[in-house]
Ligand binder design. Structure first.
Ligand SMILES: *[C@@H]1O[C@H](CO)[C@@H](O)[C@H](O)[C@H]1NC(C)=O
Ligand SMILES: *[C@@H]1O[C@H](CO)[C@@H](O)[C@H](O)[C@H]1NC(C)=O
Ligand SMILES: *[C@@H]1O[C@H](CO)[C@@H](O)[C@H](O)[C@H]1NC(C)=O
Length: 365
């Protein structure tokens, strides 16, 4: 009787501990991931010991009922007490082991801002069908974006910014139907944006600055109804601004500076009352600046410098509600600088190096 009670207790204990800690395969995968990295300052991986990887392993979270690992969240810049205490940000060398792909229930993978993680993105990552957030920004990761990236059907956030990733943006990216935030800034990507890029209708932020992207802006962007922030600055984009961009409902930041674009500014782009930051500096845009500003124009930044604009400064600019930073320098503008509120606080640098501008803050006409 007593022995069978002990047996039952032991059995119960075995059953409970079997389902209340992480699967051994996932523990092994995390340990293999740890083994390919070196973090010598904070000691975060010292917490990765013991049988249950769902308990007190820094950055690891599990599903509360299935105990599968769902989140791996390791950020090198963080408010976490570990960082505060040591007054430093994180630094990790090594690379991301493909063993990570054995975490089959992973929904969040953040291994960001560690400065020195190198190697490539393991292509097997694209088999993690539950992945919603993939953030490997701020490392030294090289190689291509896996061609099968489009398999990640649950992906909402893809951030690979500030690495050394090269190659083209894979065509399969247009299959990421739920993608909301895409940041591939400051890498070595080349080639063109896929022409059907506009199929990504959930996207609200597209940040591709600081690459070597060429070709023109695909007209299909007109379908991206939620696009609020488009940054293609410092690339090799050519062609003109699609007029459709001016009619986008929520677009408020458009940075196309530092490319080789040409043509005129579509009127709708400047009269769009939601537009707040527009930088077209350092391109080959020409023609006159459309005279379409009004009481609802509210620009934090309107930078048209280093282009080939000619004609006069539009008089309607002085009707605008707010003009924080206006730069019209290095163009071929001529005539009198309008008088009015937005111009009161601007200095000569905003108008310098044009053909024949005059009036305050430049010399009198
Ligand atoms: C990952 O899974 C594969 C196949 O199931 C297995 O061969 C491999 O050893 C696993 N790797 C780790 C580190 O768990
Ligand atoms: C606009 O872009 C240019 C060129 O990239 C940059 O130098 C400038 O600082 C930007 N303007 C503003 C106001 O951010
Ligand atoms: C600037 O515009 C003029 C005509 O307005 C044109 O002749 C010239 O080639 C243009 N320059 C550039 C760099 O686009």
């Amino acid at each position: 009787m007593a022995s069978s009670l002990i047996f039952l207790t032991l059995l119960l204990f075995a059953v409970i501990s079997a389902v209340s800690s992480c699967p051994p395969s996932e523990r092994a995968a995390l340990l293999a991931f740890k083994a390919s990295l070196t973090e010598s300052y904070l000691g975060i991986f010292k917490t990765w010991s013991g049988f249950n990887c769902c308990e007190n392993w820094y950055g690891v979270s599990c599903n509360p009922t299935s105990y599968h690992v769902t989140d791996l969240n390791l950020r090198g810049e963080s408010q976490d007490p570990i960082f505060e205490k040591l007054h430093r940000s994180g630094y990790i060398t090594g690379n991301i082991s493909p063993a990570i792909c054995n975490l089959t229930s992973l929904s969040t993978l953040v291994v960001a801002d560690w400065k020195a993680i190198s190697g490539e993105i393991p292509p097997c990552l694209t088999s993690l069908s539950s992945l919603r957030i993939l953030d490997l920004a701020g490392n030294k990761i090289a190689g291509d974006i896996p061609a099968t990236i489009g398999n990640l059907r649950s992906l909402a956030v893809l951030n690979l910014a500030d690495n050394q990733i090269s190659g083209e943006i894979p065509a399969s990216i247009i299959n990421l139907a739920g993608l909301m935030h895409l940041d591939l800034s400051n890498n070595k990507l080349y080639g063109e944006l896929p022409s059907n890029f506009g199929k990504l209708t959930m996207l609200s932020r597209v940040l591709l600055s600081g690459n070597q992207l060429a070709g023109s802006i695909p007209k299909s962007v007109r379908n991206m109804n939620r696009l609020a922030d488009l940054d293609l600055s410092l690339n090799r984009i050519t062609g003109s601004i699609p007029a459709e961009l001016g009619r986008m409902k929520v677009l408020s930041t458009l940075k196309l500076d530092g490319n080789s674009m040409s043509g005129q500014i579509p009127d709708a782009l400047l009269s769009n009352k939601g537009m707040g930051i527009l930088n077209l500096s350092r391109n080959g845009f020409s023609g006159t600046i459309p005279d379409v500003f009004g009481a609802e124009s509210y620009f934090m930044v309107l930078d048209l410098s280093f282009n080939n604009f000619s004609g006069r400064i539009p008089g309607s600019l002085s009707a605008s509600k707010f003009m924080g930073h206006l730069d019209l320098s290095y163009n071929h503008l001529c005539g009198t600088i309008p008088i009015g509120t937005p111009f009161d606080h601007l200095d000569a640098a905003s108008f310098s190096n044009n053909d024949c501008l005059c009036g305050n803050p430049l010399k009198a006409c």
